[in-house]
Design a binder for this molecule. Sequence first.
Ligand SMILES: NC(=O)c1ccc[n+]([C@@H]2O[C@H](COP(=O)([O-])OP(=O)(O)OC[C@H]3O[C@@H](n4cnc5c(N)ncnc54)[C@H](O)[C@@H]3O)[C@@H](O)[C@H]2O)c1
Length: 316
Amino acid sequence: MSHKQHILVTGGAGFIGSHLVDALVLRGYDVTIIDNAVNERIDVINPKAHVLNLDLTEPGTMEKIAALKPDIIYHLAANAGVARSVKDPLFDQKINYAATADLLDVAARIGVKLFVFTSTGGALSSEHTVLPTPEHLACQPLSPYAMHKLASERLGEFYRSEKGVPFVALRFANVYGPRQSVTNGEANIIATFADRMVKNQITNINGTGHQTRDYVYVDDVIDACLRLLDTSKVVGPINVGSGIETSVLQIHHAMADYLGYEQSPEFRAASPGEPMRSCLDVSKALALLGWSPRTTFADGIARTLESHLARKKMMA
Ligand SMILES: NC(=O)c1ccc[n+]([C@@H]2O[C@H](COP(=O)([O-])OP(=O)(O)OC[C@H]3O[C@@H](n4cnc5c(N)ncnc54)[C@H](O)[C@@H]3O)[C@@H](O)[C@H]2O)c1
């Protein structure tokens, strides 16, 4: 695809979205962000992007997008918190399913060249499936968040086969890195530990700390997103993770070591229903996109902690 195409990034003020916008601007694309939390995140928004402070669930937003006529859509805007979806399934449904459905319909009308949907690998799998979990075995949505992500994927597949929208779903594992909020979203234990450790505050661990997840560094996730621009043969959901299980205790030790943090964590009751293990099989991404994660856990942790240290220094 040639440069100077117009790309819409929904959720472009968020953690992953802001990194994606930077990468797209760097490659010379004309980028528009739509996000309803622009003012709170102004420090991470690329000044070369056009910014629209709009809510995707409000009437009128879809017509504005149709008028913008982007060539490509990366749809990242979401309620990224599983717990919030459990507390308020209807709220989650509006942004995580209904807004995706509306956006797919606009995409079909204006004839986009690519529609990328950011789904979840972790929330769609559990330890009852094969580990690491390949895409076709990972369909056990337990939370409204996971249900709405899966329903959006399926609707996207429908729009691909019936309405000609070049739809691709990327299923992210637990993404981490600089700019991850400690208050939004949920897959942010690394951000939470970083925030507390740089302030020398006590950290908390729910359960034994032996529970594992698949942690993937944000730059690797952006690399996978960008590779979709150079291929048209990608079909179906694609896992984007490290393919490696890391426990909460391993994360704690690695981060404490890096910082010279000496406090022991405070253990709390395990979160009900939390799976003990989760890890994604990422071989499909390698086969279709030539993608594999390049950042080691040690490097990713170092870069994340350095960004927290720099922020602390700036605030002082
Ligand atoms: N972070 C992870 O580990 C992870 C894992 C799996 C999937 N994902 C998915 O990746 C995407 C990005 O996640 P993130 O971690 O950057 O989350 P984030 O919360 O940092 O970013 C989401 C952005 O969407 C915006 N948004 C929310 N509701 C909106 C609305 N109604 N209208 C307009 N904008 C709205 C928010 O303001 C925010 O800036 C999400 O779709 C999330 O479900 C993330």
